[in-house]
Design a binder for this molecule. Structure first.
Ligand SMILES: O=P(O)(O)O[C@H]1O[C@H](CO)[C@@H](O)[C@H]1O
Ligand SMILES: O=c1cc[nH]c(=O)[nH]1
Length: 288
């Protein structure tokens, strides 16, 4: 295997550059959250914490919950950050950082994103837990890689592209979550399973209009009434498409569960959700 150059595998004092992590400092199951302050909320459930680090918006705590080693890491907002997080976590486990060479034996990580989202169906009230069976990417991260999308994933994307007319410059992609990981956290009365749309922004890209007019004003209605082989779109958030696509390509497993803090068709928004988020975290940790 060829040695990765300093500008390609970017390290700082032997650790991956943005996350400041090395191989001993992460577990095989990693909880990903967008908000950096949610890391402490997750690790407040741990009985021990062995490692804590922060660089920029990336905070990581590694410890144990019910005797099981777990890490929790903040990604910050957006799929551009997910590109950094997934590539660097994969490098930590699958590249020998000292020799700068890919390892022969690869490790597979489990990623569970616990986020917030906006529901896109009238019958999914704020406070629901939305579990992603797959994510439509309206961002462009996956377009820079060869992702082994399945025929079913390509068919879903094609059907969606026919249903919504997006500006020519936006090319959606679709990637499923890991079914076994998804199933492991589906047993809760507040859980609704469905398809997530990962947007490249919070306002216009999610059909929110403040002062700027929108180029696709009926985007949300189009997404809400789309269905393909019994699958419906249920929510908007900003990370899962890249998380699922890069995990698939790198041989990792990923799923997402989000607390609905907005309901777009009903016009509702929950700005203070600490208690609801704590309950969701407690549920997920108890299941994995
Ligand atoms: O609460 P988090 O995990 O950050 O998730 C959602 O909230 C942010 C937008 O407010 C985006 O990151 C979106 O995906
Ligand atoms: O409406 C919402 C709420 C949370 N996160 C999003 O990306 N959108």
């Amino acid at each position: 295997m060829e040695e990765k150059r300093a500008s390609e595998l970017v390290l700082s004092e032997g650790k991956v550059y943005h996350l400041d992590l090395g191989p001993e400092q992460i577990s095989d199951t990693i909880i990903l959250v967008g908000d950096q302050f949610r890391v402490e909320l997750v690790s407040s459930f741990f009985e021990t914490i062995e490692h804590q680090i922060q660089k920029r918006e990336f905070i990581c705590h590694t410890g144990t919950y019910n005797g099981k080693r777990l890490s929790v890491l903040s990604t910050g907002i957006g799929t551009d950050n997910v590109d950094i997080v997934l590539n660097e976590l994969d490098a930590v486990v699958n590249i020998d950082l000292e020799k700068r060479k890919e390892k022969t034996e690869k490790k597979s990580l489990n990623f569970i994103r616990i986020g917030t989202c906006g529901a896109l169906q009238t019958n999914v009230p704020i406070g629901s837990y939305i579990l992603s069976e797959g994510a439509v990417g309206l961002d462009n991260v996956a377009h820079f890689y060869n992702i082994p999308f399945s025929e079913a994933e390509n068919n879903f994307r094609e059907a969606l592209e026919k249903h919504i007319s997006l500006p020519d410059s936006i090319r959606p992609y679709f990637c499923e979550s890991d079914e076994a990981l998804t199933k492991s956290i589906e047993n809760h009365p507040k859980i609704k399973r469905g398809i997530t749309v990962t947007a490249s922004g919070f306002y216009g890209p999610q059909g929110r209009q403040l002062r700027l007019p929108l180029r696709t004003p009926d985007l949300n209605e189009r997404l809400m009434d789309f269905q393909h082989e019994g699958k419906h779109i249920v929510n908007f958030e900003m990370e899962s498409s890249a998380l699922f696509a890069l995990s698939k390509a790198l041989g990792h497993r990923a799923t997402t569960v989000c607390l609905a803090i907005a309901n777009r068709p009903n016009g509702d928004f929950l700005s203070e959700y600490h208690t609801e988020m704590k309950e969701l975290i407690g549920f997920v940790l108890g299941e994995i």
